[in-house]
Structures are given as structure tokens and as C-alpha cells.
Design a protein around this ligand. Structure first.
Ligand code: ATP
Length: 496
């Protein structure tokens, strides 16, 4: 688009010049000005391109060996074992050469953001005593043909020269977001440039041989391995794929302990409880929790991090910062009943499940009820899924019961309930039985509706029979703004 516009402008300018010359005007000054503009543009372009290379080189290359060790990475036991096994190819260099084994050229780390892929690559450099060079796939994306490919060549050259300079036998090139650079060829809009860059990467990887003095290993990281061109995954290129998944409860505890080092914890802190309540959190989230908890302790001028600081930090990382929003008194009352509804039904469906309930706005939520998972869960029965739909819809049902109608505050809850209802349907747990993924939209939406309405009936009946619980909880919430799970259960018990 931009190129076409440029050509049109150039053509028009040329036509005007010819026209003026034919009409007898002296066009020499115009030609001189045009020449000066071109020279100026050429100089600026060149300078900005070379400074872009400088940025890559300065930002991407680290000649020191990173201080991260595999023991600094919590959880990920399987990934660490597989990764280390692969790295032993570099550590046992002599044996590998003697047996004529094809060198391992590339390892791909695949997993969600923040799970420690970069940490792994750094630990790999430490483990193998290699120079570590980091780059990101997006650094190779340029609209100018050939620039990306040139950067790939420079990156590999730099790896060899830095290793030589540092007196090392090996270098690790880490390419984060490799999917940006290594996506399937022919799929990108400006695909010629992308394809050239990827081709250059393939050529450079193919050029790695066992006979070189410096062993080179390319470690790629992505959370979208499905986007990668199959040529990259071919044996002899990225032929080891290591999955770096979200940590399980034991992994989360290890990560929390790693990031608790050097942070004074009060006696009431139980990191295992924090690990238990943070299902689905990545290592980066857990690091952030420990950091936020320490900041919270500092804000309160405390010398130690308490359990309350950690609870606050978990909620902040999960839902966002507390907001200074001030709903009207009418809205506060409605929010209190809404959250009380969620809490009452959560305790009905699964006793002891509420971690906290509050009517303080945080992130996008005007109030919220947080549940803790008893343990990491990967499988749910139909009853459990239906129970979760009941909890989602309980806020709206409490509003309907007390105020006669619902409000827009249930939008997020409805989305959540719909998602769970879809899970019921596609897992073959609905009245439709096993269904194909191409279920007609009408049938899908009718069945979602039916599932949600049935659960709403159950919730409506229960809340109507226990409306005193709603009144008492709402009253306490309006007064205290926040209740812990234990306090909530005590109140529910007393009002039974
Ligand atoms: P992205 O895909 O977004 O680039 P990533 O998987 O490369 O993320 P890292 O950059 O390695 O994630 O991790 C970010 C931060 O999270 C680390 O600096 C560290 O503080 C923390 N972290 C992540 N995973 C772990 C872990 N397994 N053990 C300890 N800390 C971790």
C-alpha cells in the first residue's frame, strides 16, 4: 500500500517536471532540491538501520554466563530432566564426537507465558558453561526485504565470536517468541521477507557441524508450537521439544520458596496454603505474589510478611489493584447481596470452599467471592460442573430474590456459566449425549440455556428457603466490606 503511494507520488512529480521543462521553465533548482532531499533521506535511513542493529547487538548479547542454575527453577521436574539430558550432548562433547553422533542443534521449549522458559535457557548456558545470547523473534521482523535474514546471520556470527572472546567452547542462542520468526511459510502478509528470514535461520542451523571448535545450540521458546513451520521441527533442526507447563501444587510451593528467599516471613505464613490456593498460576505470577506481599508489608511499615499480606497479594495478582471506585449506597447494597448469594451457594455446593468474599472493587470486579481449590483439579464430574454453574448464577438469583430483578453486574458470571455449560455439552455429559464439534449453533445455544435455567431453579429455591442467611451476610459485608472464609462459615453456622 505504502509502496504504491510512493510510486504514484514519484510518477506525478516526474510528470510535473517534464511538463514544466516542455513549457520552457528552468527546472535546475527543482532538480537540485530533489537531489538534496534524496541524499538526506538516504543518510537518515542508513543511520536508523544501523542503530537498529546496534540495539539488537547491545540488548541481545550477553558475554557473561548467566547466574541462574537449574536449582533456581521450581517445579518443572520432567522438563528439567529432559532438557538436561539433551544438554549432556554438549557437556559430553568428546564422547559425542568419538561416536560420530550428529550434534544436537536445536531444542524447543513450549509452554504458557511466565513458566520459566527463559530461566531454563539461562540455566542451560550455566550448566554447559556456554556463552548466552538472547534475541526475540519480533526483533527479526522488518518490512525491508533481507533485513531479517541479515540479522539472523549476524546473530549466529556474534555467537561464535562472543564465545571465542570469552574463551568458551560453546554458545547458546536463545530465541524467544520463535513463532514470530518461524511461522509456517507462505502464511504471512509480507511473506517474502518472513520466508527469507526463516530460510536463513534454517540455513544457519544446518551449518552447525560437529567439527566446529565452538559448539552452538539454538534454544527456541514459544507458546504456539502449532504455528511453527514443519521444516523447523524436522530431525536435525529443533529435534527435541521440551514442554514447560504450568506448575502443579508441589511445583508452586517450590517456586514460592525460591522467591521467599531473603524475605522475612511471619510465623503465621503457610506457603503450602498459598500454593494450594493458586491453581493455574505461572511461576511469574507466584514471583509477583511474593513481591507484592513484601510491598504490602512495607506499606504497613511491618518488618515481616504476614499471612494477610500474602492473601492480599494473591487477590491483587488474580484480579488487579484495589480501586478507589465509590458505588452509590444502592449499588453497594446490591453488590453485597450479589456476593452473599455466591458465597451461600458455594458453601452449599462444596462446604469449606470459600476463601474470601468482599465488596471492595478490584480490577474489573465491583466485588468478588474467591474459592480455594481443595487440590489441583484436572477432571470434573457432571454434578461438579453443574454445581459450579449454580455458584456462578447465585449472584444474579440473590439480586432477583431481594430486589425483584437482576442487574448488569452478572455479565461476567453469565459468560463463565456459559463456558462451563459448553464443557458439559462437549464432554458428552448433557442430555444430547456425545456430540460432534460441529453441533448446530441453535441446538448449542438452546442446550446451554436449558442447562443454566435448570441450575437457576435449584439456586432460586435454596436461596428463598435461606433468605435470612443472605440478609445477615449482606449486612456484615456492608459493615466490614470483607470476610474471610472462616468468618463466613461461622456466620452461616450461627444463622442456620
Ligand atoms: P514468556 O513466555 O512470557 O517469555 P517465560 O516462560 O520465558 O515467559 P520467564 O521469563 O523464564 O518465563 O519467567 C519470568 C519470571 O517468573 C522469572 O524471572 C522468575 O522470576 C519467575 N519464574 C517463572 N517460572 C519460574 C520457576 N519455574 N521457578 C522460579 N521462578 C520462576
Amino acid at each position: 500500500m505504502k509502496l504504491a503511494l510512493k510510486e504514484v507520488l514519484l510518477g506525478t512529480a516526474l510528470a510535473i517536471l517534464v511538463f514544466l521543462a516542455v513549457r520552457g521553465f528552468d527546472i535546475t533548482p527543482l532538480i537540485l532540491i530533489a537531489a538534496m532531499v534524496l541524499v538526506l533521506k538516504f543518510t537518515v535511513d542508513n543511520r536508523s538501520q544501523s542503530s537498529r542493529f546496534d540495539v539488537i547487538e547491545r540488548k541481545g548479547v550477553s558475554t557473561t554466563i548467566p547466574q541462574v542454575a537449574f536449582s533456581d527453577i521450581g517445579g518443572q521436574d520432567v522438563a528439567k530432566r529432559e532438557f538436561k539430558e539433551a544438554l549432556d550432548f554438549i557437556r559430553l562433547d568428546q564422547e559425542v564426537r568419538a561416536l560420530g553422533i550428529r550434534p544436537l542443534k536445536g531444542i524447543l521449549l513450549v509452554g504458557p507465558p511466565g513458566t520459566g522458559k527463559t530461566l531454563m535457557a539461562k540455566a542451560a548456558a550455566n550448566y554447559t558453561n556456554s556463552v548466552f545470547i538472547a534475541a526475540s523473534g519480533s526483533q527479526f521482523v522488518e518490512m525491508y526485504a533481507g533485513v531479517g535474514a541479515k540479522r539472523v546471520r549476524q546473530l549466529f556470527k556474534k555467537a561464535y565470536s562472543e564465545a571465542e572472546k570469552a574463551g568458551k567452547q560453546a554458545a547458546i542462542i536463545f530465541i524467544d517468541e520463535i513463532d514470530v520468526l518461524g511461522a509456517k511459510r507462505g502464511k504471512n502478509v509480507s511473506h517474502m521477507e518472513y520466508d527469507q528470514t526463516l530460510n536463513e535461520l534454517l540455513t544457519q542451523i544446518d551449518g552447525i557441524t560437529v567439527n566446529q571448535n565452538i559448539r552452538l545450540l539454538v534454544v527456541g521458546a514459544t507458546n504456539r508450537a502449532d504455528l511453527l513451520d514443519s521444516a523447523l521441527l524436522r530431525p536435525g533442526r529443533f529435534d527435541r521439544i521440551v514442554k514447560v507447563d504450568l506448575p502443579d501444587r508441589r511445583g508452586r510451593l517450590q517456586i514460592l520458596k525460591i522467591h521467599a528467599k531473603g524475605k522475612p516471613l511471619a510465623d503465621d505464613v503457610d506457603l503450602d496454603k498459598v500454593a494450594q490456593s493458586t491453581f493455574g498460576f505461572s511461576g511469574a505470577h507466584l514471583e509477583s505474589i511474593m513481591n507484592e506481599a513484601a510491598i504490602q508489608a512495607l506499606r504497613c511499615r511491618r518488618q515481616q510478611i504476614t499471612n494477610e499480606d500474602l492473601r492480599e497479594a494473591v487477590e491483587k495478582v488474580m484480579l488487579g489493584e484495589r480501586l478507589e471506585r465509590t458505588p452509590t449506597e444502592q449499588e453497594r447494597i446490591r453488590i453485597a447481596y450479589h456476593e452473599a448469594g455466591h458465597a451461600v451457594i458455594s458453601e452449599k455446593v462444596n462446604a469449606g470452599s470459600v476463601a474470601s468474599v468482599t465488596i471492595v472493587s478490584r480490577g474489573n470486579a465491583l466485588g468478588y467471592m474467591r474459592q480455594h481449590e481443595e487440590d489441583d483439579r484436572y477432571l470434573y464430574t457432571k454434578d461438579e460442573l453443574l454445581g459450579r454453574i449454580q455458584v456462578c448464577m447465585a449472584g444474579a438469583m440473590a439480586e432477583e430474590l431481594v430486589f425483584g430483578q437482576r442487574s448488569t453486574g452478572s455479565l461476567g458470571d453469565i459468560e463463565q456459566a456459559e463456558k462451563i455449560a459448553k464443557k458439559v455439552i462437549y464432554s458428552g455429559l448433557s442430555d444430547l449425549g456425545v456430540v460432534s464439534s460441529e453441533l448446530p449453533t441453535m441446538t448449542l445455544s438452546r442446550t446451554i440455556n436449558q442447562i443454566i435455567q435448570e441450575q437457576e431453579c435449584i439456586v432460586r429455591e435454596y436461596l428463598a428457603a435461606n433468605v435470612n442467611k443472605l440478609h445477615i451476610l449482606a449486612e456484615v459485608l456492608l459493615e466490614q466490606e470483607k470476610l474471610s472464609g472462616q468468618e463466613l462459615r461461622r456466620i452461616l453456622h450461627q444463622s442456620a
